[in-house]
Design a protein around this ligand. Structure first.
Ligand code: ADP
Length: 166
């Protein structure tokens, strides 16, 4: 079975990696697909997010990193894949995730979304929290792999250099 794990991954955290490595054990091939949303300016560019994901998943053989823009349902058709993986951290994720899953199935009736419950140690972890901590120079090594930590440092050093922060 092949599955797609779509998301923003801005940036990839240990929470995402936990889902990726566990999902990869359950399927033959896992496509981690970074959503390109031109209306939403993230911290990392699409290319940077893809590169970081490639680096941190390089030892998992059946994982492919890709990106897409537009509708996930169209991307699923293009990839010839109808199984989506999403992570659930807490019940607060549930409402949004159910809405997305039902919408995607309405758009493409072949699509089914499988939810994987986060490991308890990552159930509080989100990319936005990591970005905020890094923005204020906090330690993020327990939330993200080293290569992501370094990339975050580079991002915020750049911001300092450009005088964008006080
Ligand atoms: P999106 O903007 O599409 O929600 P994210 O990158 O924030 O993209 O998340 C992608 C997927 O990974 C979502 O299903 C989200 O619930 C899940 N996820 C994010 N952080 C964690 C975590 N700490 N543990 C488990 N799943 C997570």
């Amino acid at each position: 079975m092949k599955a797609i794990y779509p998301g923003s991954f801005d940036p990839v955290t240990f929470g995402h990696l936990d889902i990726i490595s566990r999902a990869a054990k359950q399927v033959d091939h896992l496509v981690v697909a970074v959503l390109h949303n031109p209306d939403k300016k993230g911290l990392f560019t699409l290319e940077e997010k893809v590169e970081l994901l490639k680096e941190v998943t390089k030892n998992i053989e059946n994982v492919e990193i890709d990106s897409f823009s537009g509708l996930l349902s169209d991307y699923a058709t293009q990839k010839n894949c109808s199984t989506m993986i999403r992570g659930l951290r807490a019940t607060t994720d549930l409402e949004y995730e159910m809405q997305m899953a039902l919408t995607n199935r309405k758009l493409n009736k072949e699509i089914d979304t499988l939810f994987m419950v986060s490991s308890s140690e990552y159930s509080y972890l989100s990319s936005s929290t990591v970005r905020q901590i890094a923005m204020f120079g906090g330690k993020v090594s327990c939330f993200v792999p080293k290569v992501v930590e370094d990339a975050l440092k580079d991002k915020f050093e750049e911001a300092y250099d450009n005088g964008r922060r006080a």
